[in-house]
Structures are given as structure tokens and as C-alpha cells.
Ligand binder design. Structure first.
Ligand code: ADP
Length: 266
């Protein structure tokens, strides 16, 4: 609680008074704390790949370059870490763009079966590398009002995670269906479910996975190229569409991300 006291007189012949303002600043302080935590996390996340690039470049310069085999493996690491840095910067900029509301959503009707088919084509090669089956099932003629690029980011992130956290030979399934309005005045919703037969998420971690940089297993996320920001971007974009997202998961069996968006934007 912050207290401000200001001496005040309304007119010359009035007794001098005091204006006392009591302000509850806990929400402001909490936001400030979250912001500075985020900056600290960002710095830490950026420093790791930069340190790797620098370290391997130094080792190369101080002699490792003379062995072609070693040189090649070190240069590959430098390349991977640079890619990672790029992805991180891209995701951080994306988050800040969403949060500052600098680019408002552009809603248009989207042919969902076609759209999801295209997403699955974009990921087909990557899934094939792990021998993972991508399966899309939608009702024909399902049109959803959304920002096409942003919806793409949401679905791609979820499908990509499905592939990343599913062992070889598994399955990633995408289903879309209409949930009819039950009561008068209720909105018709579209439910898009992305499920996988992957490693699953422990119960205690489920409430936290939409937080920025939260990962159940840092090493695993890192090796699959994750930035730890994907799901927080997904959650933000879902809220901008007036929708919701939740997850059901069983360790060792798989996860299911359930996205519900209004069929028409209010
Ligand atoms: P990352 O870049 O690490 O994948 P995300 O924000 O996309 O970051 O996800 C946060 C964390 O949630 C991941 O690190 C992982 O631990 C967990 N996670 C997300 N999707 C899945 C999934 N389909 N199966 C298992 N764990 C998942």
C-alpha cells in the first residue's frame, strides 16, 4: 500500500486541508517483478548459445581447426547454436509484439479442413524423419473466423511439440469439430484437438507449461530445438481469439491439447 499526502486548500477563506491517497500497488509491483524476471530469463537464455558459439570459435582458432573432423563437428555446433539464437530472438520479438498489441489480428473465414491439411503437409517431412504418422480429421465445410497467420502459429506450435515429444514410430493426431451452442445466446465454438502418443507431462508441471521458458525437461527441449516460449505464444494468441486452451496428459501415454475458439469472432 502506498500513501500519498498532499496539503490542499480549495479557496482562500477555507481552512487548509490534506488530500490523502491510499493506492494498492501490489498489482503494479507484481507486473514489475514479472517483467524483471522475464528480462533476467531472456538474458540467461541468450547467453547460453552465445557462450557456446564463442567457446567453439576460440577452440577452433587455437588449433582445433587443423583437424578437419573436429573442425567440422565444432562448426556444426556453431551453426546449430546460431539457429537456436535466431529462433529465440524471433520468439521473444513475437511475444513482445503480441503483448504490446502492435499488430491487431486480421480476421477472415478459414476453410479449416484445407488449412489443417496444409499445416500437416508443412510438417510431413519432419514427422517422416521420426517415422511419426500425422493424421488430420475434420468435418467437411468447416469455416472458422480467425487470423490465418496466427492460427497457423498456434496449430504449428502444438503439432511441432507433438512431434518433438513423441518417440519414433508414434502418432500425432489433429481433430476439428463444432461444439454446438447449448443455450440461447451461447456462442458456437470450434474445438481443435492435437493429441500425441508421446512422453506425456507430469501432473505437477501441467499448470506451468504455458509460462514463458518453463520446460519439464530442459535438456530434452534444447535438443529438440525448443525455445520454451512456444506454448506461451500459443496461449496469448488463443486469448486474442477469445478462445481457451487446456491440456490433458498421462506420462508415458501421451498428451492432448484442446483448443476452443469461437466459430465467429464477437
Ligand atoms: P519448448 O520450446 O521447450 O517445446 P513450449 O513452450 O512449446 O517450449 O513447451 C513447454 C514445455 O511443455 C516443453 O519444454 C515440454 O516440457 C512440455 N510440452 C509441450 N508440449 C508437449 C507435448 N506434446 N508432450 C510432452 N510435453 C510437452
Amino acid at each position: 500500500l502506498e500513501i500519498h499526502i498532499v496539503p490542499m486548500t480549495m479557496s482562500i477563506d477555507e481552512e487548509p486541508g490534506l488530500l490523502i491517497v491510499l493506492q494498492d500497488v501490489s498489482a503494479i509491483r507484481r507486473l514489475e517483478r514479472m517483467r524483471s524476471e522475464f528480462v533476467a530469463n531472456v538474458s540467461h537464455e541468450l547467453k547460453t548459445p552465445v557462450a557456446a558459439v564463442k567457446g567453439f570459435a576460440e577452440t577452433l582458432l587455437s588449433g582445433a581447426m587443423n583437424d578437419p573432423e573436429t573442425a567440422k563437428s565444432f562448426l556444426t555446433i556453431i551453426q546449430d547454436e546460431s539457429d537456436r539464437l535466431n529462433r529465440l530472438i524471433g520468439d521473444i520479438l513475437e511475444l513482445s509484439k503480441i503483448e504490446s498489441r502492435r499488430s491487431p489480428l486480421q480476421f477472415s473465414p478459414i476453410d479449416l479442413p484445407m488449412f489443417l491439411g496444409r499445416m500437416s503437409e508443412l510438417l510431413a517431412a519432419e514427422a517422416a524423419k521420426k517415422d511419426i504418422v500425422l493424421d488430420v480429421q475434420t468435418e467437411e465445410g468447416l469455416f472458422l473466423e480467425a487470423d490465418e497467420d496466427r492460427l497457423g502459429q498456434i496449430v504449428m506450435n502444438l503439432m511441432q511439440n507433438g512431434i518433438n515429444y513423441t518417440p519414433e514410430g508414434g502418432k500425432v493426431k489433429v481433430r476439428a469439430e463444432i461444439i454446438p451452442a447449448l443455450e440461447d445466446g451461447e456462442e458456437e465454438m470450434v474445438r481443435i484437438t492435437v493429441s500425441d502418443t508421446g512422453i506425456g507431462i507430469p501432473k505437477k508441471d501441467i499448470p506451468r507449461i504455458f509460462e514463458r521458458f518453463y520446460r519439464v525437461d530442459k535438456a530434452r527441449s534444447r535438443s529438440s530445438g525448443g525455445t520454451g516460449l512456444g506454448l506461451s505464444i500459443v496461449k496469448h494468441l488463443t486469448e486474442l481469439h477469445h478462445g481457451t486452451i487446456r491440456v490433458e496428459s498421462t506420462v508415458g501415454v501421451g498428451s492432448q491439447f484442446i483448443l476452443e475458439l469461437p466459430l465467429l469472432q464477437p
